[in-house]
Design a protein around this ligand. Structure first.
Ligand SMILES: Cc1ncc(COP(=O)(O)O)c(C=O)c1O
Length: 379
């Protein structure tokens, strides 16, 4: 029996989990105001960088006494800069339940050679935060992009903790509520929920993190691009837009455009609402089918950005080839780009639901997943 293809296609088939879709109103000519060919240290460049910091603070609701810096090497750069600069002063706990968190464990244990307590959970599950000793420094990922499992809230993190919390929030920021009083270091990249460009990282520091920076000298060497202090004092300029090395002013302009768009769609509430609506459409799709399910086992931990799905039909002999074939069919039809599961994750699909994705595009994609699944099962 031939399986009929749906009539409508998503207007935008870009569902990649990073770089993510550009804001719907995006066009390259919107970047015409970029100060190209000018120094980032000239007033015009500095003003743009400062605006990127100020508008990030405003949109995310970051407290006034937290520092926000633009740093090299995207989210990875921001996380490693924090780990290399802050860890070693007290015992540390590394928490991971998917590939990116596992990467930070490797950094701590194999590179920094810290005697860390390592707490892990399998794909689809999360570590029990009640087991964590918050008097140690704790490194974790808010939204596990490769498993679609997120921290539901910050309730388990005590306000009066002794250690610092270092949180990779790259696929959570602008889509999930981040409890600033529970986070000492928060990092993200422009390339995720806001649909900006990669290469630049955002590093947000609480006053306690700054205190640590000024009182602790790491036991290992720090390259120039990680150094945030001079003579035991924070280099305040970094947090006003005086970047450590040269940023791309084109990327800065692109991020400023994304922030302005974020404001137009209702600010943080609007952005979170868009991600929620996208994810909900997929959750409902899964609930009414017995051959596909969310990889996240506990509904409270289901991501509203990187929604990861697994095929559960008993007729499937080779899960990895089946999922790859479904993703390939969808890509060949031009209805979904880049939705295969992450290379280290269980086989399945991963559909980005961050704010730049239109719910109408998710809704148009879902019948195609039905189609691709049945076509593939039929062989
Ligand atoms: C949770 C998480 N951490 C880190 C990264 C790496 O980000 P970047 O390539 O922007 O450094 C990613 C990218 O997908 C991610 O999802």
């Amino acid at each position: 029996m031939a399986i009929e293809a749906p009539g409508a296609r998503p207007a935008n088939p870009r569902f990649s989990s990073g770089p993510c879709a550009k804001p719907p109103t995006y066009a390259l000519d919107k970047l015409a105001d970029a100060p190209l060919g000018r120094s980032h240290r000239a007033a015009i460049g500095k003003d743009k960088l400062k605006a990127a910091i100020d508008e990030t603070r405003d949109l995310l609701g970051v407290p006034d006494d937290y520092r926000i810096g633009i740093v090299p090497a995207s989210d990875t750069g921001a996380v490693e800069m924090a780990m290399w600069s802050l860890l070693g002063a007290r015992p540390c706990t590394m928490i991971a339940w998917e590939s990116f968190g596992a990467g930070w464990v490797t950094d701590a244990v194999k590179q920094l050679k810290l005697d860390a307590t390592v707490l892990t959970a399998d794909y689809g599950r999360i570590v029990d935060f009640a087991q964590v000793d918050w008097d140690t420094d704790v490194v974790f990922t808010w939204n596990g992009t490769t498993s679609g499992v997120r921290v539901p809230n910050g309730d388990a993190i005590p306000a009066d903790r002794g250690g610092l919390t270092i949180c990779d929030a790259t696929s959570a920021a602008f889509a999930q509520d981040l409890p600033w009083d529970k986070l000492d270091v928060t990092t993200f990249s422009w390339q995720k929920v806001m649909g900006g460009e990669a290469a630049h990282g955002m590093l947000i520091l609480s006053p306690r993190a700054v205190e640590r920076l000024e009182s602790h000298t790491p036991a290992w060497p720090l390259p120039k691009i990680f150094r945030m202090t001079k003579g035991g004092k924070l280099i305040e300029g970094i947090f006003k837009g005086e970047t450590i090395n040269t940023p791309s002013m084109l990327c800065v302009e692109d991020y400023l455009f994304a922030l302005a768009w974020g404001r137009q769609v209702g600010g943080l509430k609007g952005l979170m609402g868009r991600a929620d609506a996208n994810a909900r459409a997929i959750w409902e799709f899964c609930e009414s089918r017995d051959w596909i399910a969310n990889l996240a086992e506990d509904p409270a931990t289901r991501s509203n950005t990187s929604v990861c799905l697994k095929f559960t039909d008993s007729r499937i002999a080779d899960g990895a080839s089946f999922a790859k074939a479904v993703a390939k069919r969808l890509e060949a039809e031009g209805v979904a780009f880049d939705i295969g599961a992450y290379r280290d994750a269980p086989p399945g699909l991963r559909i980005w639901c961050g704010a730049t994705v239109e719910t109408s595009d998710i809704e148009a994609l879902l019948p195609w997943i039905d189609w691709a699944f049945h076509a593939e099962i039929a062989g």
